[in-house]
Design a protein around this ligand. Structure first.
Ligand SMILES: [Zn+2]
Length: 298
């Protein structure tokens, strides 16, 4: 994956690393991704456990990435990420911010073309645990989106782990995950998320089924983004990288996660869709490059 420029825009970044260490609140596990009002959506559920077979505490060690000094301010991040074009490759946080910049840029143009306005989500970096308007989340969940905060929350240890497991070629898989979370942001901007939440409240038996549709639509939007980014020249994404993204989509399918966890696969508790469904909807978006192809509710 190549970027068309190396400027890293940190203006929407909130760095809360080091701030959540004492937090011991409610944590979220598989199957709890969508709850009542204001619940977290968009967990890439426990992929750390999936990849490592356990122990989220081991995450981040030996990943080969440079991590910033603790106590660094947000101004420092901006300076560090823009110090040289190599910063994107050198620092996991800079890479993550840069990918999010590119995702925002593509969607801003697409929204504008459709006569509406895209407002950028905030990107919250945290470690161990974080307070959100959706509740307290612990680091052993993957990246997630919280609608009231319009925020994507990421523990970069998760990203480092993904990189470690997938190798240097795993960067596009990370981009897929970020694009999926921004997909939830789009659902918040266009009202889909609140409609789904109301429908879930009216008919709780449909909670998980509706959650799956929301997740698959976010996967589809990630596919649409890939194609639009390629067309706009923001990114050059190869077919090999696309395949890695699809593998990531499969690896985080609910059935794969539940199997890996040693438990019975229980479709009723699925909140993200099966690996096959996720792959299929990602491809639908990728091949069409059109948001309108992403009607998973139809
Ligand atoms: Zn999701």
């Amino acid at each position: 994956m190549r970027f068309d420029d190396s400027r890293v825009d940190t203006s929407r970044v909130s760095d809360r690393r080091g701030a959540g260490l004492g937090g011991r609140g409610r944590s979220f596990g598989p199957g709890m991704a969508v709850g009542g009002g204001g619940g977290i959506i968009g967990l890439i559920v426990l992929a750390i456990v999936l990849f490592t077979g356990g122990d989220p505490a081991s995450v981040g060690s030996g990943s080969g990435f440079s991590f910033p000094e603790s106590g660094e301010t947000e101004t420092d991040i901006d300076t560090r990420c823009n110090a040289s074009p190599e910063a994107i490759d050198q620092y996991d946080d800079c890479f993550t911010i840069k990918v999010t910049n590119e995702i925002d840029e593509v969607w801003a143009a697409e929204f504008s073309e459709r006569g509406s306005e895209y407002t950028r989500p905030q990107l919250v970096l945290f470690e161990q645990s974080v307070s959100t308007s959706c509740g307290q989340a612990s680091a052993n969940v993957g990246p997630f989106y919280c609608p009231p905060d319009q925020g994507i929350f990421i523990d970069l240890g998760f990203m480092a782990q993904l990189q470690q497991q997938l190798g240097a070629e795993g960067r596009y898989a990370k981009a897929y995950i970020l694009a999926h979370e921004v997909g939830h942001h789009i659902q918040t901007l266009d009202g889909t998320e609140s409609q789904v939440r109301r429908a879930q409240q009216q008919d709780p038996s449909q909670t998980n089924a509706l959650s799956v549709k929301l997740e698959l639509q976010a996967d589809c939007y990630a596919g649409v983004w890939s194609t639009l980014a390629n067309q706009a020249g923001n990114l050059a994404i190869t077919e090999v990288e696309l395949d890695q993204a699809l593998s990531a989509a499969e690896a985080v399918g609910d059935d794969a996660i539940q199997s890996q966890g040693g438990g019975q696969v229980n479709p009723e508790s699925f909140t993200h869709g099966t690996s096959e469904e996720r792959r299929s909807w990602f491809l639908t978006g990728y091949q069409s490059g059109d948001m309108d192809s992403c009607n998973t509710f139809g």
